[in-house]
Design a protein around this ligand. Structure first.
Ligand SMILES: [Fe+2]
Ligand SMILES: [Fe+2]
Length: 215
């Protein structure tokens, strides 16, 4: 069985779970459910992983949108083709609502399911889940977020250049660094809130004094 078929049947592109996560992401991002034809396209968008060794060969991953887009064209014409094609930058189509909800779905996906995907698809030691998820969150803040596969490849590339003994340690220290950054960010927000409260109190006090001064 190819990597893509396994992924589509049991892994991270599972034909029911992943589309449902994308629909949930769509609802969160746009405040409404996709239309019925859009929902069908969502269920079709990753079907082209079937029969492709998409983890081993990036060239295979790049073609994964084609089958779904062709089926969508048969069902809904050009708008169906365009919507499915636009879910990935690999098609060259402009980013669509499906593009963003597809990426956002990985931020919403439960960690237990991601862990199960790791076990099934054997992504390898480079994909420390928390690091990958944090990278996805940071990535999504960009105007043009990258695809989840590109983030996966970047992590893989980074760890492949390390001696194997330090990979585990590196994943651990990366994870710890992220935790530290998150904690620092929360502390900064807390400090900022306190400063705003102090500023508001000072303004209120000043106003009160000015009013009394006039009296
Ligand atoms: Fe895809
Ligand atoms: Fe997808």
């Amino acid at each position: 069985m190819t990597e893509g078929t396994k992924s589509y049947l049991f892994g991270c592109h599972q034909f029911l779970i992943h589309p449902l996560m994308v629909i949930l992401a769509w609802k969160r991002l746009y405040g409404c459910m996709p239309k019925s034809w859009e929902s069908v396209c969502i269920f079709l968008h990753d079907i082209g992983h079937i029969g492709r060794d998409y983890l081993t060969y990036y060239s295979e991953k790049k073609k994964h949108w084609i089958l779904g887009a062709r089926i969508a064209r048969l069902l809904f014409g050009q708008k169906g083709y365009a919507l499915v094609a636009s879910h990935t930058g690999q098609s060259g189509f402009p980013r669509s609502k499906l593009y963003y909800s597809d990426k956002y779905s990985w931020i919403l996906a439960p960690i237990w399911w991601l862990r199960l995907n790791d076990k099934i698809e054997k992504f390898g030691e480079h994909r420390s889940l928390h690091v990958w998820r944090n990278l996805m969150i940071e990535n999504f803040k960009n105007d043009c977020p990258k695809g989840s596969h590109e983030i996966y490849l970047e992590l893989k590339e980074r760890t492949n250049h390390m001696p194997s003994s330090s990979k585990e340690q590196s994943a651990f220290s990366l994870e710890r660094k992220y935790q530290e950054i998150v904690e620092q960010k929360e502390k900064l927000i807390k400090d900022l809130r306190i400063m705003i409260a102090v500023r508001d109190n000072l303004i209120a006090e000043l106003k009160r004094k000015l009013l009394h001064g006039k009296d």
